[in-house]
Design a protein around this ligand. Structure first.
Ligand code: SAH
Length: 224
């Protein structure tokens, strides 16, 4: 059972281990202090099973069950930084909630986050995790997020944490015409690139950020 002690991490992960992660993010070029502060104060171990929680502050992706992973802190920091750097984040859509780690980081830096996950048990776990952290500005949806969330569109920013072969049209259409940004990994397992698309009216400008490795964006939804 998770307890208050578990949230603070006392006895599980020393403050030093957590500071070491921050040092690593700085070394790798993360420079937005808002992002670094949120990563520092967000306990990543609560998103993991007990058996893996001692590795929570390593800068690596780790398994969360259902063949999925919690994103690497560097990638979460980078995606969040890119999105924040380029404009407002009042309304943000996340595709691929997973355990809710990226969700909680971006939620602390946005007005409202809408997060869609196709695997029901993961979505339920994410809801519990965010509740534990008292993060309340997130609405969740169990659905195929490649369709976006049409009722809540347009979004200032869309963060996809699973990789399609090509960018779904629905996500482009649901970007705010006034400088909406989509950050999304695109490609197969061995040749993925993180892309930033910025919308200005009918124009979409695409920029490659860096090579990445995410789980694939899959169609449809799973109940259990
Ligand atoms: N954001 C998470 C990363 C989760 S891994 C974190 O911070 O750790 C990517 C997630 O995307 C998985 O949970 C997977 O089930 C989900 N996913 C894959 N395809 C999807 C789709 N079409 N719609 C919604 N979620 C999807």
């Amino acid at each position: 059972m998770k307890s208050k002690l578990n949230i603070s991490g006392i006895g599980m992960t020393s403050q030093r281990t957590r500071e070491r992660l921050l040092g690593r993010l700085l070394e790798q070029g993360i420079s937005d202090m808002r992002v670094l502060d949120v990563i520092r104060s967000t306990p990543r171990h609560i998103f993991l099973d007990e058996a893996l929680s001692h590795r929570a502050y390593e800068d690596v992706a780790l398994p969360i069950g259902h063949n999925q992973t919690i994103s690497q802190p560097y990638i979460v920091a980078r995606m969040t930084e890119v999105v924040l750097d380029s404009g407002p984040t009042d309304k943000v859509l996340e595709v691929g909630t997973g355990c809710g780690y990226q969700t909680s980081v971006i939620a602390q830096l946005s007005k409202t986050v809408y997060s869609v996950e196709r695997i029901k048990p993961l979505l339920d776990k994410a809801k519990k995790n965010l509740k534990m952290l008292k993060i309340r500005n997130v609405e969740f949806r169990h659905d195929d997020g490649s369709l976006g969330w049409i009722d809540k569109a347009p979004f200032d920013a869309i963060i996809a944490t699973a990789a399609p072969q090509t960018i779904p049209l629905e996500l482009l259409q649901q970007l705010s015409p006034d400088y909406g940004r989509l950050i999304i990994p695109v490609g197969g397992e061995d040749n993925q690139e993180l892309k930033l698309v910025i919308r200005s009216g009918k124009e979409y400008q695409e920029k490659a950020i860096e090579s990445v490795r995410f789980v694939p964006l899959l169609m449809g939804q799973i109940q259990n």
